[in-house]
Design a protein around this ligand. Sequence first.
Ligand SMILES: O=P(O)(O)OC[C@H]1O[C@](O)(CO)[C@@H](O)[C@@H]1O
Ligand SMILES: [Mn+2]
Length: 439
Amino acid sequence: MAESPAFLSAQDEGSFAYLTVKDRLPQILTKAIDTLHRHRSEFFEKHGQEGMEAEKKAISLLSKLRNEVQTDKPIIRLADKWVDTDIWNQYLEHEQSLLDESDGEPHWFFSPWLFVECYMYRRIHEAVIQSPPIHDFDVFKESKDENFFESQESIDALCMHLEQLKPARDLHKDQLKDELFKLLQISLWGNKCDLSLSGGKSSSQKTDVMNSLEGLKPFILINDTESLWALLSKYKKTAKPPVVRVDIVLDNSGFELITDLVLSDFLLSSELATEIHFHGKSIPWFVSDVTVRDFNWILEHVRSSSQKSMATCGADWENHVKMGRWIYHDHIFWTLPHPYCEMPQVAPDLYAELQKAHLILFKGDLNYRKLMSDRKWEFTIPFHQALCGFHPAPLCSIRTLKCELQVGLQPGEAERLMASDPHWLTTGKYGIFQFDGPL
Ligand SMILES: O=P(O)(O)OC[C@H]1O[C@](O)(CO)[C@@H](O)[C@@H]1O
Ligand SMILES: [Mn+2]
């Protein structure tokens, strides 16, 4: 078999990986430091002098980290004692063992981009947990919540639309399919709203996404939604098996999470699925990713909204959770640096859990990078091949393009896109639904 291509890396000067490590990561750290600083008085009110000392400590650890990134220092071992510390340090040793040149140490601008970028978020977590009593402070919480508040109008419009469709089980087949496709597209474009690409700056949804869908269609480069429909409608028609389980590997909180919840509610209400399993992150991650705290916070805020449709949706959603139709999971694997093809070895329990799904939706760019092992695949290589054997169940990536990685295109397509828009891979303007079906 042909050898797999190299990993994306900041070694490639001028690449998106390079610009991320050079500019975006330090920016994100600066913003985190600033956030801690602005919460100084809150820490004092809660914890007195100890809170102030903790804030100073966390800031100094993050400043040190920023300096390590900016001066391309070696990647050092984690010093904390968290559930995944040993796995991280083993991974680091493995990276070291692959090097035979320079000082034999992984470096920020030299090692695989996926590894160093994940490592930075893990080091942010280390800085915070090593600073009690503020050890459970989420430096990104504020910006995630802002994204939700700034998107209120769009969220309300989406909830209103969803409420009008219910109960969706009685919809005519064509309308059901049409509405499913609309909500899938909304969930796709919701992925534009991540806060890592914008360096933590506001990236909310202010325009009316529902009325923009037609105009956005030309920007969907790969559209396998017919395959999703074929899969789910077959189960609905035969009413077999009695449980149809869809898993969603979540990406960002705020507006994107709302689009995923609206889709999930529709899947239940239309009886295309009977159970939705959500997978979130155990620690603050890539600025805007969903943690259990964000998930519960959003549900609570939608339920207590003064807008009628939102409040009704919120009550339904909390009921789905209470009745066990919506199940939230987290697993440390999602915040490790491993590509997903290594999941069976590294997290066999999670792989076994995913095997119970009839369909898995992977939201967002980082999930795509991990599905594809963050390697420099040719644009035309088949999706199935680049998954390198990862196939717990039929799966679909739903992501807007924000890194120099895309597979499964037609010959000549990448070149045409490049000619019309040199930044087509990294701005989130284009999207895909890329499906790997039953084996
Ligand atoms: O929230 P998403 O869609 O995973 O995107 C995260 C961002 O982080 C990166 O993975 C790296 O910074 C980008 O490729 C992308 O812009
Ligand atoms: Mn994200």
